[in-house]
Design a protein around this ligand. Sequence first.
Ligand SMILES: Nc1ncnc2c1ncn2[C@@H]1O[C@H](COP(=O)(O)OP(=O)(O)OP(=O)(O)O)[C@@H](O)[C@H]1O
Length: 307
Amino acid sequence: MSYAIEVKNVTKEFGAKTVLNQVSMQVKKGSIFGFLGRNGAGKSTLVNIMTGISFVTKGSVHLLGEPLPLSSAVQRKIGVMPDYSMFYEDMTALQHLRYFAKLLKFEQPNAYYMNLLKQVGLEDAAHVKTKKFSFGMKKKLGIAQALVNAPELIFLDEPTSGVDADSILGIHEIIRNLAKKGTTVFLTSHNLDEVEKLCDEVAIMENGVVRSQGTLEELRTRFQPTLEVTMKHAQASKDSKAILTKLIENHGEILDSSPEHFTFTLQDDTMIPVITRAFAQMKIDVYRIEVNEPSLEEIFLDVASSQ
Ligand SMILES: Nc1ncnc2c1ncn2[C@@H]1O[C@H](COP(=O)(O)OP(=O)(O)OP(=O)(O)O)[C@@H](O)[C@H]1O
C-alpha cells in the first residue's frame, strides 16, 4: 500500500507539555481523509509539523514517500490552504494566484488561474483586491491558492467554516473532483456532517493521541457492536411480540414497539432473515427493515468520552 502521509510515533513537546503523544497515522494516496478532534486536541500541531511550520520532538513523518524535512521537489507537489489573514491586501485575486505560482515555480497562462477562480466561484472577483474580500471569499481564494500548483497532496483546514451554503456545495464538489483525479485531501474540520459526506477515512484525536482511525464503516462496527433494527409491518397480533422476544433471546432485546413497528437490537444481521420468515408465517407483511447506523457525531462523542 502506498501512502501519501505516514506519521510514525510522533511526539511533540512544548517545554514540559506533551501536545502529541506517540501519534501514528496513515493516509492512503487519492483518499479524502478527515482529521477530527475537539479544540486543543493537537490537530494544528500535527498539521503544522506536516506542512513544515513546526518540527517533531520524536518520531517520523513521510509525505509522498519522502521523510521530513522535504526536498523542494516534493514540497512543490503539496498544497496548503493558508491562514486567511496572510493575503496581500493590495493584490487582486488573480495577482495573488500568479504570485504564489511564481514562488512555487509553477507559472501558467492567465487562463489557468481564471479557471481555478471559476472552480471556487470567484471568477467575478478576479480583479478585486483581497482587502475587499469577505471572510467566505478569502476562504475560497485560500483553496484556489492551495490548488495553484496542481498538488498531489493538499491540506485543507476548515475549508467551509464561515462560508455560505451554496459555496459549501461548490467546495465539496471541488474536493470530490480532486480525489477523483488522484489528489490526496487531508481535511481538518469540525463539521462532522461534512466529514461524513466527503471522507473515505477519518482519524479522531483527543488530548494529543489518535483514539481511532478507519473508514466510517470500520468505526461504526467498532463503536456499535450491536445493531439497532427498526421493522415496519402490517398490524401485528398480540403474540407477535412474544414470538419476536423469543426469537431474539440471546441476540438482543426489544427497545420499542407499536402495533405497526418494532425496534430492537441484534448482535449481527444473521437473525434478520429468521425474523422476517417468522413474520411471514404469522401472515404479517413486513414493509421495511432499517438498520440504524450511528452517525459520525455519535461515534465522535463516544470516542471522545471513552478515555
Ligand atoms: N507553541 C505552543 N506552546 C505551548 N503550547 C502549545 C503551543 N501550540 C499549541 N500548544 C498547545 O497544544 C495543544 C494543542 O493545540 P492545537 O492548536 O494543536 O489544537 P487543535 O486540535 O488544533 O485545536 P483547534 O481545533 O482549536 O484548532 C493546546 O493545549 C495548545 O495550548
